[in-house]
Design a protein around this ligand. Structure first.
Ligand code: NAP
Length: 321
């Protein structure tokens, strides 16, 4: 698919690399460098060419690892990285880009994204500096992340020679806020909506339940993994499981297909090993039918966790040593 109107072509399924080098996700304990190398190679083997990283992932290790793996294969890869919004002056932004390029071992980034808006700095300021980077050929497309519709419009208005190619936002079956305004806008304006946490951090794979919670720091503080939320989502997981079984697919593939069958949506599931990428790639090349989508909608309407319980359990988990 096209990446906005940038001219770049990406696979609808990409590889999220927040997990790469990140101890909070269990790097070094549950998986290591060779698992990630395998994930990288598997991706290219299966036609997945889109890799999403950020200067802050793993304190720079995500970019370093990606750089190491793609050394001989730079032209096959579409690299998206991100600028952290604490870079508030033009000089700081340029320095951050140059450091990313160094870690990635490349002379250009395919998609450079503002990671989050900064409430104290107008989005237009970042856009003007990013347009300079684009004019100099250091970045091939400008993207944003976690921007509201109003902020996205502000970002676009600040650019004179190019347009915003993408907005990367949280989007999965259980977290659908973007469907209200952002998604229709992006579809109309031909801006790619890059769905992050497309598997609800693994919850939609069916691996987790009230008696089986992930152990890493990232998900310990995610409200989706509180016992109450996990309980409420069980009927949905059963429906996904049934559809997956009938189709000869996995639940992860059903959840990802649900996203990428929407126009202008790409998904970047986070991968820790080759098996994850292989599974995700199997979400491409087929489509859920109307009846299956109807069943999923129906099951989603029944996901009604008790919000007070979720909040209390989240706090209790946060305080637990
Ligand atoms: N822009 C932003 O602010 C932002 C924020 C968050 C994430 N992101 C980006 O989006 C990417 C994805 O989001 P995410 O990592 O939060 O959540 P996610 O992709 O929904 O979930 C990732 C987890 O799902 C499991 N998984 C992945 N592929 C699988 C497969 N094929 N079969 C079974 N399980 C699978 C793995 O965990 P286990 O095997 O351990 O269960 C993996 O760590 C990140 O890596 C990052 O690049 C961006």
């Amino acid at each position: 698919m096209e990446l906005g109107r940038s001219g770049a072509r990406v696979s609808a399924i990409g590889v999220g690399t927040w997990q790469w080098g990140s101890r909070s996700w269990g790097y070094g304990r549950e998986y290591g460098r060779e698992d990630l190398r395998e994930a990288f190679e598997k991706a290219l083997e299966l036609g997945v060419n889109f890799f999403d990283t950020a200067e802050i992932y793993g304190g720079g290790w995500s970019e370093r690892l990606l750089g190491e793996f793609m050394k001989e294969r730079r032209e096959e890869v579409v690299v998206a990285t991100k600028l952290w919004p604490s870079r508030i002056t033009r000089g700081m932004m340029w320095k951050a880009l140059n450091r990313s390029l160094e870690r990635l071992g490349t002379s250009y980034v395919d998609l450079y994204q503002l990671h989050w808006p900064n409430p104290l700095v107008p989005v237009s300021k970042y856009m003007r500096v990013m347009e300079e980077m684009w004019m100099e050929g250091k970045i091939r497309a400008i993207g944003v992340s976690n921007l509201s519709l109003r902020q996205l419009e502000e970002a676009r208005a600040a650019l004179s020679h190019t347009d915003v190619a993408s907005n990367q936002v949280k989007f999965n079956m259980l977290e659908r806020d973007v469907e209200r305004e952002l998604l229709p806008y992006c579809q109309k304006e031909k801006i790619t909506l890059i769905a992050y946490s497309p598997l609800a951090q693994g919850l939609l794979t069916g691996k987790y339940g009230p008696g089986r919670r992930p152990r890493d720091m990232v998900r310990r503080i995610n409200r989706l993994f509180t016992p109450e939320y996990l309980r409420s989502v069980k009927p949905l997981l059963m429906v996904l499981g049934e559809i997956a079984e009938r189709r000869g697919k996995t639940m992860a593939q059903v959840a990802l297909n649900w996203l990428i069958s929407k126009p202008w949506v790409a998904a970047i599931p986070g991968a820790k090993r080759g098996r994850h990428v292989e599974g995700a790639a199997g979400a491409m090349g087929w489509r859920l039918d109307g009846e299956e989508l109807g069943k999923i909608d129906e099951a989603l309407r029944l996901v009604k966790p008790n919000k007070a319980k979720v909040l209390l359990q989240s706090i209790a988990l946060l305080l637990k040593p």
